[in-house]
Ligand binder design. Structure first.
Ligand code: SAM
Length: 226
């Protein structure tokens, strides 16, 4: 009897760990995800402990490079969180454009607002869900979405939205979850091959996956001109 009880408790603990820690509430619905991010917003950057050089090397410099020749470029960062991508881009002097950061968590956006205070004239932070983007078709010179797709209510609808608001010829920078960790996200992630196939079916070309972190690849792509 005791063993059954202990086994049941261990199973429950594992289930809770999977639901709340490993997958950050995503199988419990959008409200739970946003609530957890609101709750952890103040400590988020401390936990992530970003390295400024890595942020520049992997994100800021290559994105600014792709936007070279478009000094007034308009960039959208979907699920911007605490503003990590806008900051990395603003720290590149050749980039003189504007960034819209969209997120469903007010807590995360408050952190972003404080972090991006020096760039307030060039950044707009919007509290909105990523399922439907409140922008016209073909509007942005680049769209980014980092470490977020698998947490959105419908990752594949959001991906379609992301492509819709990209201008033809514009750059997409997105992450794909990889490694063993992907197994914790059934129906929310795909292999890199399937991800590339999906991006191709949405009209993206020049798709280049790039090894980035243990659990994420970066994927660069360009929206077809046709
Ligand atoms: C792991 S964080 C990544 C944040 C940021 N992109 C980065 O790389 O640091 C995931 C973000 O997705 C946001 N998010 C989750 N569900 C969302 C939704 N339905 N619409 C918009 N943002 C959402 C969360 O609030 C959180 O800021």
């Amino acid at each position: 009897m005791l063993w059954w009880l202990l086994g049941g408790l261990a199973l429950l603990a594992a289930l809770l760990y999977w639901q709340f820690i490993l997958t950050e509430g995503v199988y419990l619905g959008r409200r739970m995800v946003v609530w957890l991010y609101d709750l952890g917003a103040k400590t988020y950057d401390g936990v992530k402990d970003y390295d400024a050089d890595d942020e520049a090397y992997y994100l800021g410099e290559p994105l600014a490079g792709r936007l070279a020749g478009q000094p007034q470029a308009r960039v959208l960062d979907v699920a911007t969180g605490t503003g990590r991508l806008p900051l990395a881009l603003f720290q590149q002097p050749p980039f003189q454009g504007v960034v819209v950061g969209l997120d469903a968590s007010k807590g995360m956006l408050e952190q972003a607002s404080a972090k991006l205070a020096d760039y307030w004239e060039r950044v707009a932070l919007i509290h909105h869900d990523a399922t439907r983007l409140p922008f016209p078709d073909d509007y942005f010179d680049a769209v980014t979405c980092l470490e977020a797709l698998e947490f959105l209510p419908d990752p594949f609808t959001s991906l379609t939205e992301v492509v819709r608001v990209l201008k033809p010829g514009a750059t997409l920078l997105i992450t794909n979850r990889v490694g063993l960790d992907r197994l914790f996200f059934p129906r929310r992630t795909t292999s890199t091959t399937a991800f590339i196939h999906h991006l191709t079916s949405l009209g993206l070309t020049d798709i280049q996956p790039q090894t980035w972190m243990t659990y994420y690849d970066l994927v660069w792509a360009v929206k077809s001109n046709q």
